[in-house]
Design a protein around this ligand. Structure first.
Ligand code: CTP
Length: 425
């Protein structure tokens, strides 16, 4: 179980673990406790990537940890977790634990605290996440062969996959996320256990599903991730809105689009209506800003594909998407053209992108704020109080100047207003 210092993987022995993190470990050990770095940070260091955040597992109980450090947050005392603040770091320090039965596939009902790290590692999800490292004694604890699995690029559950997945229904989705983000092959027994434990997955909170889905989608291989979701039956559970018959195009679109989350979600939900996309993202509890951005992209997705648009049509598209939204819309259109593999369409989208930039360089009026007459001025010309009629007049003038930007002068707009008749009332 314990490697001698000479056998330490070079990436770990060369990893520069911040002094503040070492200080936390040293203080725990000086007080007679065992203390290790565990989880994602060790995995990432072994992969030669910088660690995102450090988690510590220790034999010390939460009250003992609290007494040893000045700045602590009692994050989850019941589960043995306190957050220690040290310099710029906030580090979760958790007592070695095994977990009691999971009542609903979400959270363990009871926790038993243990005194050794191997038993703590045994309850973790995947071998690559079940490695502990004591950088002070340069001791690696890797009882399930996580390092070898990383080298072989294999994702494997610790022990029996069905048991691991039934304990926490999020784990099947984590399996697919790690496989796609880290480019690992899922070990066949681990993959085979996913369809068998989907009942537990169904009980997981949508927020947790969303977090994993977002990590999967913004990783380097979103197409592979979504394909794995489909193969394992998870996609139908997470997003039944995605039509299986369009999947191959969806995968190609995902492979062709930039990393931003709203773009990736729009590429994923491209075939849906904007209302369907919106309700799917609401169910997953995405923030309003993300939902609006995606719904708008899906709503406007066909605009860039109109045949031979004249300048006025391009300005109408710019007005709909907004100066801030047009890049995303064109990126989505470019990914769609790529997905269809249609060279002519790819060229025409590229052309349209150039024309958008040219037209925008003339700063044409595209929104109400750009009009040469204010709402008050319009109300004065029409001799009418602010209200729906003024709203209609504004929309009329805006449509006019988008059609012909040279109309956007106070005198010419006033002239047009005089011959304008509202449609209703
Ligand atoms: N873990 C687990 N089962 C889960 C979630 C987490 O066994 N459902 C364990 C794993 O050992 C994991 C550690 O808790 O490495 C920390 O979990 P988390 O912070 O969620 O993920 P990371 O592995 O750190 O990965 P990332 O930072 O990429 O989310």
């Amino acid at each position: 179980v314990t490697n001698t210092p000479a056998a330490l993987p070079s990436r770990l022995s060369q990893a520069a673990i911040p002094e503040e993190i070492l200080r936390i470990l040293r203080r725990l050990k000086d007080a007679g406790h065992a203390a290790y770095l565990v989880g994602g940070s060790i995995r990432d260091l072994l992969l030669g990537k910088p660690a995102k955040d450090y988690d510590v597992a220790t034999s010390a109980h939460a009250e003992q940890v609290i007494r040893l450090f000045k700045r602590v947050i009692p994050t989850g005392i019941k589960h043995g977790t306190v957050t220690v603040l040290m310099g710029p770091f906030s580090v979760e320090v958790t007592t070695f634990r095994g977990e009691g039965a999971y009542i609903d596939g979400r959270r363990p009902e009871s926790v038993v605290f243990l005194d050794n790290v191997v038993d703590d590692l045994a309850r973790r999800d995947f071998t690559i996440n079940a490695i502990a490292f004591d950088p002070i004694e340069r001791k690696l604890v890797d009882p399930f062969g996580g390092e070898g699995d990383l080298d072989a690029r294999t994702l494997r559950c610790v022990g029996d996959p069905k048991e691991r997945f039934s304990e926490d229904g999020l784990r099947p989705l984590r399996a697919v996320r790690f496989a796609s983000v880290l480019d690992l092959q899922i070990d066949p027994p681990t993959q085979a256990a996913i369809p068998e434990t989907l009942g537990t997955f169904d009980r997981v909170a949508q927020e947790r599903v969303r977090e994993e889905l977002s990590k999967l989608l913004t990783g380097p291989h979103p197409d592979r991730g979504v394909s794995l979701l489909e193969q394992t039956g998870l996609l139908k559970r997470i997003l039944p809105e995605i039509a299986p018959e369009w999947l191959s195009f969806t995968l190609r679109r995902l492979a062709a689009i930039a990393t931003e989350l709203p773009l990736r979600l729009a590429a994923l939900l491209f075939e849906a209506s904007s209302a369907v996309a919106e309700s799917a993202l609401q169910r997953l509890r995405y923030p309003r800003k993300v939902i609006d951005a995606v719904a708008q992209l899906v709503e406007l997705k066909d605009l860039p594909f109109s045949r031979f648009p004249d300048d006025a049509s391009v300005r109408r598209m710019l007005a709909c998407a907004g100066r801030d939204g047009i890049d995303a819309l064109m990126a989505l259109a470019a990914a769609q053209a790529q997905a269809l593999g249609d060279q002519e369409l790819i060229r025409s989208v590229a052309n349209l992108r150039t024309r958008c930039a040219q037209i925008l360089s003339h700063a044409p009026p595209l929104s109400v704020g750009d009009l040469a007459l204010s709402g008050d001025q319009i109300a004065r010309v029409l001799r009418c109080p602010p209200g729906p009629r003024i709203g209609e007049a504004i929309r009329y003038l805006l449509a006019s100047v988008i059609e012909d930007p040279s109309l956007n002068r106070a005198d010419r707009l006033e002239e047009r207003l005089k011959s304008w008749r509202p449609t209703a009332g």
